[in-house]
Design a protein around this ligand. Sequence first.
Ligand SMILES: [Zn+2]
Length: 141
Amino acid sequence: MTGITDPCHPETVRVAAAHQAEAEKIAAELAAIAATGMVLPGSVTQRRTRCGRRNCACHADPPRLHGPYWQWTRKIAAKTICRWLSAGQHRDYTPWIDNDRRLHELLTRLEALGAAAFDADPRWERQASQPASRTGTEASA
Ligand SMILES: [Zn+2]
């Protein structure tokens, strides 16, 4: 798949106006989120627990479990990291986690725009008779 675009003539691939407008909207929201600096990967789960004391209400029927507690979880290099959050930390960091999720949604939309433009490239038509041209996902390395 080499030689489709000439690096000296990047205008070979044009971005449609609607594509450009959408990309600018995405970029503005990405920048606004990034500028807050409040971005945290991972997720928070609410947990309620039982203690070890037999006579505690958490062992009654129906049980009154302890909590709620909030557990932040993140995977780092296939290892799951967990930390308990205080109520204040939960309140403060929830928007950070929401921001991180939004950043990923925006990047996914940006990638979808690029993928749609790539698929719509009219040069695919000209290559239709060549082997292994259209889908490309199994391209050899
Ligand atoms: Zn208990």
